[in-house]
Design a protein. Structure first.
Length: 257
């Protein structure tokens, strides 16, 4: 994974608490279409704090999380400690610490835009069992749904310019077609919402790096902008984000392995 992933070292708690999870329909589609059984082994590459892994653990599957960032990985280990079928490993998409032909399904969340795609594809093919599957999923925040979401997008764009992040420039929307075969990709989309009080909205903005940490330049200005936005748009002490959860998945044929 690219060096910029270290930007999340100080954000693990906010990331775990305020980033959206995934609707259960994602797991249901993959379980049915990929022919998963309770014996199937799933690898979550770039597992972060465990948002993706939790979905499958709750359904009783064994999940191996692979994450290079120590703070994110350890936070995920604490959050998922109650699931005996969760294994956490230090590693990256380009160097996966798993045996050849040992995995039935690889799942990848928003971490995909940090991957060195060519090296990751080699590793994916190495660890998948013949006839295995790869699935990429992420929550696409819809910025044009309400006046609140439009203004939030404008504010975060302004803050991003004041406090540049270390994010990889590759668009996540184009990443699935880089790592999967365009001719055989299957897709599914699911509407998804997330509600926040003021502290939640501030935490959600921090988790994306839009609000600088305490004592960093522009922290007070950024906090004031988000607080004013909330006060103007909240209803019963809540504001709402809208997402489309996008799922791309592909069966890897034996000939490709």
């Amino acid at each position: 994974m690219l060096k910029g992933i270290d930007v999340f070292s100080s954000l693990a708690q906010d990331y775990a608490r305020y980033r959206p999870g995934y609707p259960s329909e994602v797991m249901s589609v993959l379980a049915n279409d990929c022919g998963l059984t309770q014996e199937s082994i799933i690898a979550d590459i770039g597992s972060g704090t465990g948002n993706s892994a939790k979905l499958f653990l709750e359904a009783g599957y064994q999940v191996i999380g692979v994450e290079p960032n120590r703070e994110m990985r350890e936070f995920g280990e604490r959050l998922l400690a109650e699931y005996p079928k969760f294994i956490s490993l230090e590693g990256s998409a380009e160097s996966i610490p798993l045996d050849n032909k040992s995995i039935d399904l690889i799942i990848v969340g928003q971490a995909i835009h940090w991957f060195d795609i060519d090296r990751a594809k080699v590793e994916f093919h190495r660890i998948l069992r013949p006839g295995g599957w790869v699935a990429v999923m992420w929550n696409d925040r819809r910025s044009d749904v309400t006046l609140f979401t439009k203004e939030y997008e404008a504010i975060t764009s302004k803050l991003a310019a004041l406090h540049p992040s270390q994010c990889n420039s590759r668009s996540i929307s184009s990443a699935p077609e880089c790592i999967l075969d365009k001719s055989s990709i299957q897709t599914a989309n699911f509407p998804h919402t997330q509600s926040f009080d003021l502290q939640g909205l501030l935490g959600r903005a921090r988790s994306s790096g839009f609000i600088p940490q305490f004592e960093e330049p522009y922290h007070e200005e950024a906090t004031a902008l988000i607080t004013d936005l909330f006060s103007r748009h909240q209803k019963s002490g809540q504001v709402e984000f809208h997402y489309i959860t996008r799922l791309y998945f592909e069966h890897i044929s034996v000939d490709c392995l």
